[in-house]
Design a protein around this ligand. Sequence first.
Ligand code: LRH
Length: 493
Amino acid sequence: MSVLAYDLGAGSGRAILGHLNDRGMETREIHRFKNEPVKVGERMHWDILRLHHEVLQGLTLVKQHGEVPESLGIDSWGVDFGLLGSGGELLGNPYHYRDIQFNGMMDQICQEVSAKRIFERTGIQFLPFNTLYQLAVLKRSASPLLREAERFLMIPDLLRYFLTGEAVNEFTNATTTQLYNPMLAEWDGELLDHIGVSRQCFGEVVMPGTSVGQLRSSIRHELGLASIPVIAVAEHDTGSAVVAVPATERAFAYLSCGTWSLMGTELNQPAISAESLALNFTNEGGAGGTYRLLKNIMGLWILQESMRQWEREGKGISYAALLAKAEATPPFASLFDPDDDLFLPAGDMTERIRQYCRNTGQVVPEDQGSIARAILESLALKYRRVLEWTEQLSGQSFHGLHMVGGGIQNQLLCQWTANSIGKPVWAGPAEGSAIGNMAVQWMASGAFKDIWEARRVIRDSFPVAEYEPQDRSVWAEAYERFMRITAAASPVS
Ligand code: LRH
């Protein structure tokens, strides 16, 4: 039984085939491609037509491998969207959530509608690029896109629409907009009315596992393919990644580690309280009736963007060489809060880190090893902070931390995370989102009874590396210093 999963990250995408048999699950990467945002003037866009092209390319390669998947599903990053006009044509190129045009709108909307009210209605954390604020910016700048729009689709909804011709919104990704009300189980009319965006654009929201059409006949003919059902999986990549956490215990903590680091726990209902609002945690919808109480941490974006900066300066370095340099650099010289607003927009992270360190009277990291070390140590220390908050908010205590996603290939980060939290880290699988995407397809076909059966098979099918905490007292001391520095530079973030 094979299924095809497309997992699109902020930097790259992949098409992976999954096979399920008596021995468990196996995966085979069919296609990997870049996902490079394109800047036009000040605007930053996703190259959505190129992504559609790569999705089709994946289908061609699947056929060349002689495979006929039973179904396919697409997951991607959250919050971003496309708008369809009359006749179902895409209006414009979707914006990238890091486009600076969205800066400032969150504070404005929070002044108009209190943060408390927005949180009570959605349970979603305040991130300046949430769809709510993106749409408010378009509306208030009188964007012709919104005047013409008849249909709102998130990125995977849109790619799925290109494949099938069916325009349907999927639940997990809908929750990331901060416009979905989980208590009412529908789009939040009050918030939509406040920003003046027509409710008519927002369609029925389907749950992960819903079959939402077949490949369009034009695609089937062009590529010479049989009809393939397209499933709305947990289309938010974090939602898919958490399905793939190979936990045995019901109360578990995870860190989905890619461009972003998403840390939290899984619950059966949203935890919407004054405390979760104060700590700016989110309650994103998941597969199988679950919710993710979690917090976004800026993640490896800072390292990736530093590497792009060195590339631009003609000092490009490989990931492996950089990590070797980081390891050979003295520890804890320069610490910073990865979630400081400074680090959100694209640009020269190395200079921003130096600026932060200058402002906080620390050693200013100059060479590549020192910068990489500062980033990885600061992330590991921030993970401890957020894990403690997760325990506090959920009333649970965790024996260790499950790490999934491409970031676990960074063994230094996994080890330092274990050192920082003082608990074991269980790292795997690396292709968490694609595997969770497949698992929901198999839940839809009945091959898996539920999410827990999927997790058992995933645990038996993929290696998990264990990292035991080391150097406990040195890390505890560094944590105290990290807390002092970050509290002085920026209050709770
Ligand atoms: C991670 C992610 C995250 C969102 C961000 C925009 O890829 O989906 O959950 O907050 O991208």
